[in-house]
Ligand binder design. Structure first.
Ligand SMILES: [Zn+2]
Length: 414
Protein backbone atom coordinates (compact mmCIF):
# COMPACT_ATOMS: atom_id res chain seq x y z
CA UNK A 1 0.00 0.00 0.00
CA UNK A 2 1.27 3.48 -0.84
CA UNK A 3 2.19 5.81 1.99
CA UNK A 4 2.19 9.58 1.69
CA UNK A 5 3.76 12.32 3.83
CA UNK A 6 2.74 15.94 3.11
CA UNK A 7 4.68 18.89 4.53
CA UNK A 8 3.27 22.34 3.88
CA UNK A 9 5.84 25.14 4.21
CA UNK A 10 3.84 28.34 4.65
CA UNK A 11 4.44 31.13 2.16
CA UNK A 12 7.54 30.13 0.15
CA UNK A 13 6.92 31.72 -3.23
CA UNK A 14 7.67 30.17 -6.61
CA UNK A 15 10.18 32.97 -7.08
CA UNK A 16 11.99 32.22 -3.77
CA UNK A 17 12.04 28.51 -4.50
CA UNK A 18 13.62 29.18 -7.90
CA UNK A 19 16.14 31.84 -6.84
CA UNK A 20 16.92 31.02 -3.20
CA UNK A 21 17.39 27.26 -3.37
CA UNK A 22 20.89 27.60 -1.90
CA UNK A 23 19.09 28.06 1.44
CA UNK A 24 17.12 24.84 0.93
CA UNK A 25 19.56 21.99 0.20
CA UNK A 26 17.17 19.20 1.27
CA UNK A 27 14.46 20.55 -1.03
CA UNK A 28 17.03 21.03 -3.79
CA UNK A 29 17.99 17.39 -3.50
CA UNK A 30 14.34 16.28 -3.56
CA UNK A 31 13.73 18.53 -6.58
CA UNK A 32 16.55 16.75 -8.47
CA UNK A 33 14.81 13.40 -7.98
CA UNK A 34 11.11 14.03 -8.34
CA UNK A 35 8.19 15.97 -9.70
CA UNK A 36 8.58 19.75 -9.45
CA UNK A 37 5.79 22.23 -10.08
CA UNK A 38 7.70 25.46 -10.58
CA UNK A 39 4.76 27.89 -10.47
CA UNK A 40 1.77 26.44 -8.66
CA UNK A 41 -1.20 28.83 -8.66
CA UNK A 42 -2.68 29.86 -5.30
CA UNK A 43 -6.34 29.31 -4.47
CA UNK A 44 -8.29 32.58 -4.31
CA UNK A 45 -7.75 34.82 -2.48
CA UNK A 46 -4.14 33.75 -1.95
CA UNK A 47 -4.26 33.70 1.85
CA UNK A 48 -3.52 30.84 4.21
CA UNK A 49 -6.83 29.19 5.06
CA UNK A 50 -7.99 29.02 1.43
CA UNK A 51 -4.54 27.62 0.50
CA UNK A 52 -4.61 24.91 3.15
CA UNK A 53 -8.21 24.01 2.34
CA UNK A 54 -7.48 23.72 -1.37
CA UNK A 55 -4.56 21.34 -0.70
CA UNK A 56 -6.83 18.89 1.15
CA UNK A 57 -10.00 19.30 -0.96
CA UNK A 58 -9.07 20.31 -4.52
CA UNK A 59 -12.25 22.41 -4.45
CA UNK A 60 -12.64 26.01 -5.53
CA UNK A 61 -13.04 28.46 -2.64
CA UNK A 62 -16.63 29.12 -3.74
CA UNK A 63 -17.38 25.41 -3.17
CA UNK A 64 -15.30 24.73 -0.06
CA UNK A 65 -16.62 27.90 1.60
CA UNK A 66 -13.07 28.91 2.66
CA UNK A 67 -12.59 31.93 0.40
CA UNK A 68 -10.57 33.95 2.93
CA UNK A 69 -8.97 33.77 6.39
CA UNK A 70 -11.91 35.83 7.65
CA UNK A 71 -15.28 34.71 6.31
CA UNK A 72 -18.70 36.34 6.62
CA UNK A 73 -21.12 34.35 8.76
CA UNK A 74 -24.18 36.51 8.11
CA UNK A 75 -23.57 38.91 10.97
CA UNK A 76 -19.78 39.34 11.23
CA UNK A 77 -16.42 38.45 9.70
CA UNK A 78 -14.68 35.75 11.75
CA UNK A 79 -11.82 33.29 11.29
CA UNK A 80 -12.68 30.36 9.09
CA UNK A 81 -12.30 27.04 10.95
CA UNK A 82 -12.08 23.39 9.87
CA UNK A 83 -15.80 23.11 10.70
CA UNK A 84 -16.56 25.61 7.90
CA UNK A 85 -15.08 23.40 5.18
CA UNK A 86 -18.06 22.27 3.10
CA UNK A 87 -16.43 19.46 1.12
CA UNK A 88 -14.68 16.23 2.05
CA UNK A 89 -10.99 16.51 2.96
CA UNK A 90 -8.22 14.12 1.93
CA UNK A 91 -7.95 12.46 5.39
CA UNK A 92 -11.72 11.87 5.37
CA UNK A 93 -11.52 10.39 1.87
CA UNK A 94 -8.61 8.21 3.04
CA UNK A 95 -10.72 6.91 5.91
CA UNK A 96 -13.59 6.07 3.53
CA UNK A 97 -11.07 4.11 1.44
CA UNK A 98 -9.96 2.15 4.52
CA UNK A 99 -6.72 4.07 4.91
CA UNK A 100 -5.38 5.61 8.12
CA UNK A 101 -4.18 9.17 8.55
CA UNK A 102 -2.43 11.52 10.97
CA UNK A 103 -2.95 15.28 10.86
CA UNK A 104 -0.16 16.75 12.98
CA UNK A 105 -0.40 20.53 13.17
CA UNK A 106 -1.89 20.92 9.69
CA UNK A 107 -4.74 23.44 9.56
CA UNK A 108 -8.25 23.15 8.11
CA UNK A 109 -8.89 19.44 8.82
CA UNK A 110 -11.43 18.42 11.49
CA UNK A 111 -10.08 16.32 14.38
CA UNK A 112 -12.53 13.50 13.68
CA UNK A 113 -11.39 13.17 10.05
CA UNK A 114 -7.98 11.79 11.10
CA UNK A 115 -6.96 8.76 13.18
CA UNK A 116 -4.29 10.81 14.96
CA UNK A 117 -4.79 14.54 15.43
CA UNK A 118 -2.88 17.49 16.83
CA UNK A 119 -4.19 21.00 16.22
CA UNK A 120 -1.86 23.55 14.61
CA UNK A 121 0.15 25.27 17.36
CA UNK A 122 -0.89 28.66 15.93
CA UNK A 123 -4.57 27.91 16.49
CA UNK A 124 -4.11 29.06 20.09
CA UNK A 125 -3.16 32.51 18.71
CA UNK A 126 -6.52 32.72 16.98
CA UNK A 127 -8.36 31.85 20.17
CA UNK A 128 -6.30 34.34 22.17
CA UNK A 129 -7.21 37.05 19.69
CA UNK A 130 -10.60 37.29 21.37
CA UNK A 131 -8.68 38.93 24.23
CA UNK A 132 -6.63 41.18 21.97
CA UNK A 133 -6.94 44.96 21.74
CA UNK A 134 -8.90 44.49 18.50
CA UNK A 135 -10.79 41.31 19.29
CA UNK A 136 -12.25 38.97 16.75
CA UNK A 137 -14.78 36.44 17.97
CA UNK A 138 -13.34 33.12 19.15
CA UNK A 139 -14.55 30.49 16.82
CA UNK A 140 -15.82 27.22 18.22
CA UNK A 141 -14.13 25.18 15.48
CA UNK A 142 -10.62 26.19 16.54
CA UNK A 143 -11.35 25.81 20.24
CA UNK A 144 -12.62 22.30 19.55
CA UNK A 145 -9.47 21.51 17.54
CA UNK A 146 -7.11 22.84 20.21
CA UNK A 147 -8.91 21.00 23.00
CA UNK A 148 -8.83 17.70 21.12
CA UNK A 149 -6.60 15.40 23.20
CA UNK A 150 -5.28 12.29 21.52
CA UNK A 151 -4.03 9.56 23.84
CA UNK A 152 -2.83 7.44 20.95
CA UNK A 153 -0.68 10.31 19.69
CA UNK A 154 0.77 10.58 23.20
CA UNK A 155 1.90 6.96 22.88
CA UNK A 156 3.82 7.87 19.71
CA UNK A 157 5.37 10.81 21.52
CA UNK A 158 6.48 8.66 24.45
CA UNK A 159 7.87 5.94 22.19
CA UNK A 160 9.99 8.56 20.40
CA UNK A 161 11.19 10.02 23.71
CA UNK A 162 9.65 13.46 23.16
CA UNK A 163 8.50 15.76 25.95
CA UNK A 164 4.90 17.01 25.95
CA UNK A 165 4.24 19.86 23.53
CA UNK A 166 5.00 23.16 25.27
CA UNK A 167 5.14 26.61 23.72
CA UNK A 168 6.29 29.43 26.01
CA UNK A 169 4.42 32.70 25.63
CA UNK A 170 7.31 34.37 23.79
CA UNK A 171 6.97 37.97 22.67
CA UNK A 172 9.10 37.37 19.61
CA UNK A 173 6.84 35.97 16.88
CA UNK A 174 9.72 34.38 14.98
CA UNK A 175 11.09 32.48 17.99
CA UNK A 176 7.60 31.33 18.84
CA UNK A 177 6.99 30.10 15.30
CA UNK A 178 10.37 28.32 15.21
CA UNK A 179 9.63 26.55 18.50
CA UNK A 180 6.09 25.61 17.52
CA UNK A 181 7.17 24.32 14.11
CA UNK A 182 10.06 22.27 15.51
CA UNK A 183 7.82 20.49 18.00
CA UNK A 184 5.15 19.80 15.39
CA UNK A 185 7.71 18.30 12.99
CA UNK A 186 9.20 16.21 15.83
CA UNK A 187 5.74 14.84 16.55
CA UNK A 188 4.99 14.21 12.86
CA UNK A 189 8.37 12.47 12.58
CA UNK A 190 7.56 10.26 15.59
CA UNK A 191 4.32 9.21 13.89
CA UNK A 192 5.82 8.75 10.40
CA UNK A 193 8.63 6.52 11.73
CA UNK A 194 6.42 4.38 13.99
CA UNK A 195 6.11 0.66 13.19
CA UNK A 196 2.35 1.21 12.80
CA UNK A 197 2.68 4.52 10.94
CA UNK A 198 -0.51 5.74 9.28
CA UNK A 199 -0.83 5.70 5.49
CA UNK A 200 -1.12 9.49 5.32
CA UNK A 201 0.77 12.01 7.49
CA UNK A 202 0.06 15.72 7.00
CA UNK A 203 1.98 18.47 8.77
CA UNK A 204 3.14 22.05 8.26
CA UNK A 205 5.75 24.72 9.06
CA UNK A 206 4.63 28.32 9.61
CA UNK A 207 7.90 30.23 10.09
CA UNK A 208 8.62 31.33 6.47
CA UNK A 209 5.27 33.15 6.35
CA UNK A 210 5.78 34.90 9.70
CA UNK A 211 9.40 35.86 8.95
CA UNK A 212 8.52 37.39 5.58
CA UNK A 213 5.44 39.22 6.88
CA UNK A 214 7.37 41.00 9.63
CA UNK A 215 10.92 41.25 8.23
CA UNK A 216 10.14 41.61 4.54
CA UNK A 217 10.57 39.74 1.27
CA UNK A 218 14.04 38.52 0.29
CA UNK A 219 15.57 39.56 3.61
CA UNK A 220 18.12 37.73 5.81
CA UNK A 221 15.27 36.70 8.12
CA UNK A 222 13.39 35.25 5.14
CA UNK A 223 16.46 33.23 4.09
CA UNK A 224 16.91 32.00 7.67
CA UNK A 225 13.27 30.90 7.72
CA UNK A 226 13.72 29.00 4.42
CA UNK A 227 16.81 27.23 5.80
CA UNK A 228 15.01 26.47 9.04
CA UNK A 229 11.99 24.99 7.22
CA UNK A 230 14.33 23.04 4.94
CA UNK A 231 16.25 21.67 7.94
CA UNK A 232 12.97 20.41 9.42
CA UNK A 233 12.32 18.55 6.16
CA UNK A 234 15.86 17.14 6.43
CA UNK A 235 15.18 16.13 10.03
CA UNK A 236 12.21 14.05 8.89
CA UNK A 237 14.16 12.52 5.99
CA UNK A 238 17.03 11.50 8.28
CA UNK A 239 14.64 9.96 10.81
CA UNK A 240 12.83 7.99 8.08
CA UNK A 241 16.16 6.65 6.83
CA UNK A 242 17.27 5.75 10.34
CA UNK A 243 14.01 3.90 10.94
CA UNK A 244 14.40 2.01 7.66
CA UNK A 245 11.24 3.48 6.15
CA UNK A 246 11.84 3.40 2.40
CA UNK A 247 8.51 3.04 0.62
CA UNK A 248 6.76 6.38 0.84
CA UNK A 249 5.92 9.42 -1.24
CA UNK A 250 6.86 12.82 0.15
CA UNK A 251 5.13 15.99 -1.06
CA UNK A 252 6.46 19.38 0.03
CA UNK A 253 4.59 22.51 -1.02
CA UNK A 254 3.45 25.97 0.04
CA UNK A 255 -0.04 27.38 0.45
CA UNK A 256 0.72 30.65 -1.39
CA UNK A 257 3.63 32.91 -2.28
CA UNK A 258 4.84 36.26 -0.91
CA UNK A 259 5.78 39.63 -2.41
CA UNK A 260 7.02 43.00 -1.10
CA UNK A 261 4.43 45.48 0.18
CA UNK A 262 5.27 49.19 0.08
CA UNK A 263 2.16 50.88 1.45
CA UNK A 264 -0.67 49.94 3.80
CA UNK A 265 -4.21 51.20 3.24
CA UNK A 266 -6.44 51.53 6.33
CA UNK A 267 -10.04 50.90 5.29
CA UNK A 268 -11.56 52.44 8.45
CA UNK A 269 -10.03 55.77 7.40
CA UNK A 270 -11.47 55.50 3.89
CA UNK A 271 -14.84 53.81 4.51
CA UNK A 272 -15.59 54.49 8.20
CA UNK A 273 -18.47 52.65 9.87
CA UNK A 274 -18.37 49.95 7.22
CA UNK A 275 -18.02 46.21 7.89
CA UNK A 276 -14.92 44.87 6.15
CA UNK A 277 -12.18 42.23 6.34
CA UNK A 278 -8.59 42.60 5.07
CA UNK A 279 -7.04 39.74 3.08
CA UNK A 280 -3.69 41.02 1.85
CA UNK A 281 -4.36 43.22 -1.16
CA UNK A 282 -7.98 42.11 -1.29
CA UNK A 283 -10.75 43.60 0.79
CA UNK A 284 -14.15 42.10 1.52
CA UNK A 285 -16.86 44.64 2.32
CA UNK A 286 -20.45 44.16 3.45
CA UNK A 287 -22.84 46.94 2.53
CA UNK A 288 -26.50 47.24 3.45
CA UNK A 289 -27.84 49.05 0.36
CA UNK A 290 -27.08 49.87 -3.25
CA UNK A 291 -26.44 53.48 -2.23
CA UNK A 292 -23.94 52.40 0.45
CA UNK A 293 -22.18 50.16 -2.05
CA UNK A 294 -21.97 53.01 -4.55
CA UNK A 295 -20.48 55.30 -1.90
CA UNK A 296 -17.98 52.60 -0.84
CA UNK A 297 -16.93 52.16 -4.47
CA UNK A 298 -16.43 55.90 -4.90
CA UNK A 299 -14.42 56.38 -1.70
CA UNK A 300 -12.14 53.41 -2.35
CA UNK A 301 -11.65 54.48 -5.98
CA UNK A 302 -10.03 57.72 -4.74
CA UNK A 303 -7.16 55.51 -3.51
CA UNK A 304 -6.95 53.43 -6.66
CA UNK A 305 -8.90 50.60 -5.01
CA UNK A 306 -11.21 48.98 -7.56
CA UNK A 307 -14.07 46.54 -7.24
CA UNK A 308 -13.12 43.01 -8.21
CA UNK A 309 -15.06 39.87 -9.06
CA UNK A 310 -16.48 38.11 -5.98
CA UNK A 311 -16.96 34.78 -7.74
CA UNK A 312 -14.59 33.16 -5.22
CA UNK A 313 -17.38 33.53 -2.63
CA UNK A 314 -20.12 30.93 -2.23
CA UNK A 315 -23.07 32.02 -4.46
CA UNK A 316 -25.37 32.87 -1.52
CA UNK A 317 -22.87 35.44 -0.19
CA UNK A 318 -22.26 37.34 -3.43
CA UNK A 319 -25.15 39.77 -2.93
CA UNK A 320 -23.86 40.82 0.49
CA UNK A 321 -20.07 40.62 0.37
CA UNK A 322 -18.19 42.64 -2.23
CA UNK A 323 -14.55 42.35 -3.14
CA UNK A 324 -12.08 45.17 -3.79
CA UNK A 325 -8.46 45.17 -4.88
CA UNK A 326 -5.63 47.48 -3.74
CA UNK A 327 -3.14 48.96 -6.23
CA UNK A 328 0.05 47.00 -6.90
CA UNK A 329 2.39 46.66 -3.84
CA UNK A 330 -0.31 47.92 -1.44
CA UNK A 331 -2.18 45.86 1.10
CA UNK A 332 -5.05 46.48 3.49
CA UNK A 333 -4.44 46.51 7.24
CA UNK A 334 -6.88 46.72 10.12
CA UNK A 335 -5.24 49.16 12.51
CA UNK A 336 -7.46 51.82 14.14
CA UNK A 337 -4.46 53.66 15.64
CA UNK A 338 -2.77 54.03 12.26
CA UNK A 339 -6.09 54.80 10.57
CA UNK A 340 -6.51 57.75 12.95
CA UNK A 341 -3.33 59.21 11.41
CA UNK A 342 -4.57 58.87 7.85
CA UNK A 343 -5.67 56.39 5.18
CA UNK A 344 -2.14 55.41 4.00
CA UNK A 345 0.92 54.42 6.03
CA UNK A 346 3.97 52.20 6.35
CA UNK A 347 2.88 48.57 6.26
CA UNK A 348 3.07 46.48 9.43
CA UNK A 349 3.34 43.43 7.13
CA UNK A 350 6.24 44.30 4.84
CA UNK A 351 5.70 41.29 2.64
CA UNK A 352 2.36 39.65 1.99
CA UNK A 353 0.14 37.54 -0.25
CA UNK A 354 -3.47 37.57 -1.33
CA UNK A 355 -2.26 39.98 -4.00
CA UNK A 356 -4.73 39.21 -6.77
CA UNK A 357 -5.96 36.01 -8.42
CA UNK A 358 -3.29 35.09 -10.96
CA UNK A 359 -0.66 37.43 -9.51
CA UNK A 360 2.82 35.82 -9.90
CA UNK A 361 3.73 36.84 -6.33
CA UNK A 362 0.96 34.58 -4.99
CA UNK A 363 2.37 31.57 -6.83
CA UNK A 364 4.15 28.82 -4.85
CA UNK A 365 5.91 25.53 -5.56
CA UNK A 366 5.47 21.80 -5.05
CA UNK A 367 8.01 18.97 -4.98
CA UNK A 368 7.00 15.33 -4.86
CA UNK A 369 9.29 12.33 -4.52
CA UNK A 370 8.37 8.69 -4.26
CA UNK A 371 9.02 5.21 -5.61
CA UNK A 372 6.62 5.80 -8.50
CA UNK A 373 7.21 9.51 -9.03
CA UNK A 374 9.41 10.15 -12.05
CA UNK A 375 11.71 13.16 -12.34
CA UNK A 376 9.58 15.73 -14.10
CA UNK A 377 9.37 19.54 -14.41
CA UNK A 378 5.97 21.20 -14.75
CA UNK A 379 6.18 24.96 -15.37
CA UNK A 380 2.67 25.58 -14.01
CA UNK A 381 -0.30 23.84 -12.38
CA UNK A 382 -3.69 24.86 -10.99
CA UNK A 383 -4.41 24.84 -7.26
CA UNK A 384 -7.20 22.32 -7.85
CA UNK A 385 -4.71 19.76 -9.20
CA UNK A 386 -2.87 19.32 -5.88
CA UNK A 387 -5.47 17.31 -3.93
CA UNK A 388 -6.13 14.74 -6.72
CA UNK A 389 -2.34 14.36 -7.12
CA UNK A 390 -1.96 13.65 -3.41
CA UNK A 391 -4.91 11.22 -3.53
CA UNK A 392 -3.37 9.40 -6.49
CA UNK A 393 0.00 9.16 -4.72
CA UNK A 394 -1.81 7.63 -1.73
CA UNK A 395 -3.47 5.12 -4.01
CA UNK A 396 -6.95 6.59 -3.55
CA UNK A 397 -9.07 7.10 -6.65
CA UNK A 398 -8.79 10.73 -7.76
CA UNK A 399 -12.07 10.41 -9.71
CA UNK A 400 -14.13 12.38 -7.20
CA UNK A 401 -12.07 15.54 -7.87
CA UNK A 402 -12.91 18.03 -10.60
CA UNK A 403 -9.35 18.04 -11.96
CA UNK A 404 -7.13 15.09 -12.89
CA UNK A 405 -3.92 14.42 -10.93
CA UNK A 406 -0.59 15.75 -12.17
CA UNK A 407 0.88 12.25 -12.11
CA UNK A 408 0.23 9.89 -14.98
CA UNK A 409 -2.08 7.14 -13.66
CA UNK A 410 0.45 4.49 -14.76
CA UNK A 411 3.10 6.02 -12.48
CA UNK A 412 0.88 5.89 -9.40
CA UNK A 413 1.58 3.02 -7.06
CA UNK A 414 -1.29 1.26 -5.28
ZN1 LIG B 1 -0.04 30.91 4.58
Amino acid sequence: MSRLIVIMLDGISADSFARRRAYMPHLARLAERGLVVERLAAEVCGTSFPGRTSIVTGALASESGIYANLIWDGSQFRHATPDDVRVETLPAKARRAGRSSAVIGYGMVRPEDADLYKAPWWATNIIQRSRDAFPLPTTHGWRRAVEHLDGQLDQHRLRAGLQPFALPDLDDKLSRAAMGDMQIINLATAVATAPDAPDLVMTEVLLPDTAQHYAGYDTPQAFWSFSYADSLVGHLLAALELAGVEEYTLAVLSDHGHAPIEKALYPEAIIPNTTFACEGSMLHVVTQSAAALAETRARLAEFGVLEYSNEHLPPEQRQQVHCFLAPESCSFEYDPAQAAQGPIGEPRLRSSHGLRPGHPGDERFMVMVGPQTARQRLPTARASQVAPTLAAALGISPDSFADPPLLEPASVGV
